[in-house]
Design a protein around this ligand. Structure first.
Ligand code: NAP
Ligand code: G4F
Length: 342
C-alpha cells in the first residue's frame, strides 16, 4: 500500500490556502498548515474542514509558525517531512505594502528565502511551489507571459520579484523541484474584504439590504485579469505533478476595469453603482499597475489547464454569497434586537 502524500501549506488560513486544502484532502493527502498566533480567531476560512487533533487520525493538522521565524520553519519541515510544500503565506495587500514596505519585504520576500533555506538545511526531499504574482509585471504593457520583463510598481511586487528569482536560483543551484506560479488576480466569496472585488460585492449586498449607503473606492480605471481561486489552486497542484519543475503564468486571458466589475456586481442586484460610489484618494496608490492581461498558453500546452469560471459568473457568485452572508447578519442582528427588547 502506498503511503498518503504529505503537503505543507504556508498561508493556509488565506483565500487560496483554504481552497487548496479542500483540493488536497479530496486527493487523499495529509495536510499540514502553518498558522500564526493571533489574538482573535484567524481560521474562519478553514473551520468547515478543521479536524479535532484528538481524532485518532486527523488528515488536517495546524501547527504554529511564522514566516519571520526561521527556527519554526526549520522545525516544522524537519518534523513533517512533506512531499510537497505550497508557499502561499505573504503580506499580500499591495496598497498596504506602501505603508509597511519593510515588513512586506521581510515576510513576502525574506520569508520565502527562510523556507528555501530550511529545505536545504534539513535535507528533506520535497517539491516547492512559490506564489509568484502578475503584480511583478507592473508597468510592462499587456499581454504578459513568462517571457515578459518584470517592472514592479510596489513594495509588494518588488518583494515578490525577489522571492520569484530566489525560487529559480534554488532550482538552478541546488536542483530543488521548485515552481513559480505567476498567478493573475483570482477572487472568490472567500476573498479578503479589502481587495477591490470583495469590497464591491460586499458593499453591493449591504446597500441592497439597507445596511450601507456609500462605497468609497480609489482608481476605477485599473484593469485586471480576474479569475476564480478554485480554478487557480488546481493549476498550483497540477504544475507540482509535472516531471520537471518550471514557471507558469495562470490567467483567464480577459481583462476588465474596476468600473466594469462595478457594472456587473451592482447590475446583478438591479442597482446603479454611480448613485453610491465616491472616490477617496486614500485608496489610490503612489504607483499603480494600470493593466494586466495574462497569456497562459504555456500552462495550457504543458498540462491542459484552462479556467472554468468567467468574469460575469465570478462577480455574480461573489454577490450572491455576500447577499446570503449579509442577510444572515441582518437576521442575527434582528434576533439580538428582539432579545434585547424582551
Ligand atoms: P491572503 O488571503 O491574503 O492570505 C495570506 C496568508 O498568509 C494568510 O493565511 C496569512 O495568515 C498568511 N500570513 C501573512 N503573514 C504571515 C506570516 N508572517 N507568517 C505566516 N503566515 C502569514 O492571500 P491569497 O489571496 O490567498 O494569496 C495567496 C498567495 O498568493 C499570497 O502569497 C499572495 O501574495 C499570492 N497571490 C495572490 C493572488 C490573488 O489574486 N489572490 C495573485 C497572485 C499571487 P493570517 O490569516 O493569519 O493573516
Ligand atoms: O483588489 P486589489 O487590491 O488587488 P491588486 O492590487 O491587483 O493585488 C492583488 O492581485 C495581485 C495579482 O496581480 C496579487 F499578487 C496581490 O496579492 C493581490 O491579491 O486592487 C485591484 C485594483 C487596483 O488597481 C486598485 O488600485 O483595484 C484598484 N482599486 C480601486 N479602488 C482598489 C480600490 N483596490 C482596493 N484594494 N481598494 C479600493 O478601494
Amino acid at each position: 500500500m502506498t503511503a498518503m502524500k504529505k503537503a505543507l501549506i504556508t498561508g493556509i488560513t488565506g483565500q487560496d490556502g483554504s481552497y487548496l486544502t479542500e483540493l488536497l484532502l479530496a486527493k487523499s493527502y495529509r495536510v499540514f498548515g502553518i498558522i500564526r498566533r493571533s489574538s482573535s480567531f484567524n481560521t474562519g476560512r478553514i473551520d468547515h474542514i478543521y479536524q479535532d487533533p484528538h481524532d485518532p487520525d486527523p488528515k488536517l493538522k495546524l501547527v504554529f509558525g511564522d514566516l519571520n521565524d526561521a527556527s519554526s520553519l526549520n522545525k516544522i519541515i524537519r518534523t513533517v517531512q512533506p512531499d510537497e510544500i505550497y508557499h502561499l503565506g505573504a503580506q499580500s495587500h499591495v496598497r498596504v505594502s506602501f505603508d509597511v514596505p519593510e515588513y512586506t519585504g521581510e515576510i513576502t520576500g525574506l520569508g520565502t528565502v527562510r523556507l528555501l533555506e530550511a529545505i536545504r538545511e534539513t535535507g528533506v526531499t520535497t517539491r516547492f511551489y512559490n506564489a509568484s504574482s502578475s503584480e511583478m509585471f507592473g508597468s510592462t504593457p499587456p499581454p504578459q507571459n513568462e517571457q515578459t520583463p518584470f517592472h514592479p510598481r510596489s513594495p509588494y511586487a518588488a518583494a515578490k520579484v525577489y522571492a520569484h528569482w530566489m525560487t529559480v536560483n534554488y532550482r538552478d543551484g541546488y536542483g530543488l523541484f521548485a515552481c513559480n506560479g505567476i498567478l493573475f488576480n483570482h477572487e472568490s466569496p472567500r476573498r479578503g474584504e479589502t481587495f477591490v472585488t470583495r469590497k464591491i460585492t460586499r458593499a453591493a449586498a449591504r446597500i441592497k439590504l439597507g445596511l450601507q449607503t456609500k462605497l468609497f473606492l480609489g482608481n476605477l480605471d485599473a484593469r485586471r485579469d480576474w479569475g476564480y481561486a478554485g480554478d487557480y489552486v488546481e493549476a498550483m497542484w497540477t504544475m507540482m505533478q509535472q516531471d520537471k519543475a518550471d514557471d507558469y503564468v495562470i490567467a483567464t486571458g480577459e481583462t476588465h476595469s474596476v468600473r466594469e466589475f462595478l457594472d456587473e456586481a451592482f447590475g446583478h442586484l438591479s442597482l446603479d453603482w454611480k448613485e453610491y460610489v465616491e472616490i477617496d484618494p486614500r485608496y489610490c496608490r503612489p504607483t499603480e499597475v494600470d493593466a494586466l492581461l495574462g497569456d497562459s498558453s504555456k500552462a495550457r500546452k504543458a498540462f491542459g489547464w484552462k479556467p472554468k469560471v468567467r468574469f460575469q459568473d465570478l462577480a455574480r457568485m461573489m454577490v450572491d454569497s455576500d447577499l446570503e452572508l449579509e442577510s444572515g447578519l441582518l437576521d442575527r442582528r434582528t434576533r439580538n434586537h428582539e432579545v434585547l427588547e424582551r
